[in-house]
Design a protein around this ligand. Structure first.
Ligand SMILES: Cc1ncc(COP(=O)(O)O)c(C=O)c1O
Length: 392
């Protein structure tokens, strides 16, 4: 089912839009924007169709089945019991991250991020007048890990008040273990640093790794957390869903709720609600199938890159975003971007967008048909044969 080529240009999909690819990007492999080229789960499409057939789209409340479907999903798949009253709605994850920073830190306060990391984290903090404090991940033996010593040091600064945790991590594909999260949580609690955990990629985990919701580690961890959840990536419904925050601390939740009310962030989209309820109720089998397909795509990339000198795959635990290490080519970041675009015909996300730590890397979205991915790999292989030879 995932092999079907669907023309994404039939709608103004960002992934293939000139806004992203440029006016001359029609013929490039579109491996940037983080969504999938696959149709949403059939139960989601059916629920939206039923909602469409009703024909009336006046003001609505949250359907009674949505929150139970959400909590049941997390309980069944991850053993995380979310209290209904701890959940607030948010238009999207980035909005929730921005509101969290604006409510629980003051202008000029530091917010920790762990680069290379999702570029919007930087933008949100800068646009909200917060100081970006970096706790870079460490790459050792082909695997990224957190630098807890540096984290402790950064968290100890009294002006550091919050961390944006990316769990699992975009772009390096790490699914943080319970032990990693416990260590991070202990450090943050010790220094009164609030953990804002972006778990949008939580469901996209390959066999062998296990996603641990940060707040599921226990009541003490939950008390110092704002968890941001969304079905956008899981079911490929980014343009037709909302997000959720889970906030166990009563005062903090009341503050967040008051801000939502002040900003009147409370309108319901009938299609988004229908899609989300159906996804969380009946989307599990589809997710399991798509994960299998994505894992096979990752296997294909791994196998092909073994035969292409100059590029290494950073082994992913999950997400449909692969982090490729082109540092052996010795190219300056912009030259690498230009090389991939002009020679390999790849429009992927440049590594330096994720912070200077990403220089020499590129992020490849593998949520496309195997045929398309194979063609992209053929094209990369051809280009790499003529890649500049690094000067020693
Ligand atoms: C880590 C992460 N957070 C948030 C988002 C965007 O979430 P939303 O569309 O709900 O704002 C993305 C999308 O790529 C992401 O990778």
């Amino acid at each position: 089912m995932f092999d079907e080529q669907i023309n994404r240009r039939e709608v103004p999909a960002l992934k293939v839009h000139p806004m992203v690819l440029g006016d001359d990007g029609m013929n490039l492999f579109a491996g940037g924007v983080a969504d999938m080229d696959f149709r949403a789960p059939q139960p989601v499409l059916d629920a939206m169709q039923r909602r469409l057939d009703h024909g009336i789209f006046g003001y609505e409340a949250v359907p009674g089945g949505l929150m139970p479907a959400l909590t049941q999903w997390y309980q069944a798949r991850y053993g995380w019991q979310i209290e209904h009253e701890h959940i607030l709605r948010a238009p999207n994850i980035l909005n929730a991250l921005a509101i969290a920073a604006s409510l629980f830190t003051d202008e000029g306060d530091g917010v920790i991020v762990q680069p290379p990391v999702f570029f919007d984290f930087f933008d949100i903090l800068r646009e909200n007048g917060r100081t970006v404090v970096t706790n870079p991940l460490v790459l050792a033996n082909g695997r990224y890990r957190m630098d807890f010593q540096d984290l402790e040091h950064k968290a100890a600064n009294p002006r550091t008040r919050m961390i944006y945790l990316c769990n699992p991590h975009n772009p390096v594909g790490r699914v943080w273990s319970a032990e990693d999260l416990r260590k991070l949580g202990d450090i943050c609690a010790r220094h009164d640093v609030l953990v804002v955990s972006d778990e949008i990629h939580g469901d996209l985990v390959f066999g062998g790794a296990a996603y641990t919701p940060f707040a599921s580690l226990g009541p003490d961890f939950a008390a110092n957390a704002i968890t941001c959840l969304s079905p956008a990536k899981t079911f490929n419904i980014a343009s037709c869903c909302s997000a959720f925050t889970v906030i166990a601390n009563d005062d903090r939740r009341a503050t967040f709720q008051a801000e939502n009310s002040r900003l009147t962030v409370n309108k319901n989209n009938a299609f988004a609600n229908a899609a989300m309820e159906a996804a969380y109720k009946d989307g599990g089998p589809w997710l399991d199938e798509v994960l299998h397909y994505l894992q096979s795509n990752a296997n294909l990339v791994r196998a092909r890159l073994r035969g292409i000198p100059g590029v290494e795959l950073i082994e992913p635990d999950g997400t449909f975003l692969l982090w490729l290490d082109f540092r052996a080519l010795g190219l300056a970041p912009d030259d690498l971007t230009a090389f991939l675009r002009r020679k390999a015909k790849w429009a992927v996300t440049r590594g330096q967008a994720f912070g200077p730590e990403g220089a020499g890397f590129a992020r490849l979205n593998i949520a496309c048909t195997r045929a398309k991915l194979t063609a992209a790999l053929d094209s990369l292989e051809g280009a790499m044969e003529h890649a500049p030879v690094p000067t020693p």
